[in-house]
Design a protein around this ligand. Structure first.
Ligand code: ZN
Ligand code: ZN
Length: 162
């Protein structure tokens, strides 16, 4: 399906084809929380990078976070924002260059609705999750990374769209 997305001020909009549009995964890590997650987490979905079309690209800025201050290791994700209003639009990772990871909150197209049980909550370890961030009653909670990929989850739950 084609997803339409935009920032709040409207200077940037984008479209991308996605086979995996269900917003099932919440990342509670400190980078997601600071960069986008007002609720203590961020939700990325996945689209096909080669189909990404961006209007207002001149307003887009990116940020590559330092993952580890001691080793200077950079986060694999490059996060893209509207420079006017600060909306986080999507992330991209060179190690997974076939894909782009739109923020669910930037998408204007209706996305699949999920139940609490379907939600995956990741990076719940004490160094990552804020103590005040509430985790829904999900059976799928992870101290660090999840046990499925975005694609595997969609196929397993009949949410994969060709
Ligand atoms: Zn904007
Ligand atoms: Zn994260």
């Amino acid at each position: 399906m084609e997803l339409q997305g935009s920032c709040h001020c409207g200077k940037v909009s984008f479209s991308v084809t996605s086979h995996t549009p269900a917003p099932f995964m919440r990342c509670y890590c400190s980078i997601c929380r600071k960069c986008q997650g007002g609720g203590g987490y961020a939700i990325n979905i996945m689209g096909q990078h080669k189909t990404l079309k961006v209007n207002g690209r001149e307003h887009v800025r990116y940020y590559r976070a330092l993952r580890d201050k001691e080793t200077n290791e950079l986060c694999g994700n490059i996060r893209y924002f509207c420079s006017e209003c600060g909306s986080h639009l999507y992330a991209y990772n060179e190690s997974y260059s076939d894909f782009v990871y739109p923020m669910a909150c930037a998408i204007d197209t209706p996305l699949p609705e999920l139940s609490h049980e379907d939600v995956y909550c990741i990076m719940l370890n004490d160094k990552s999750k804020a103590n005040w961030a509430i985790v829904p009653p999900s059976k799928h909670t992870f101290q660090e990374y999840p046990d499925v990929s975005l694609e595997e989850w969609h196929k397993k739950h009949n949410q994969y769209i060709n």
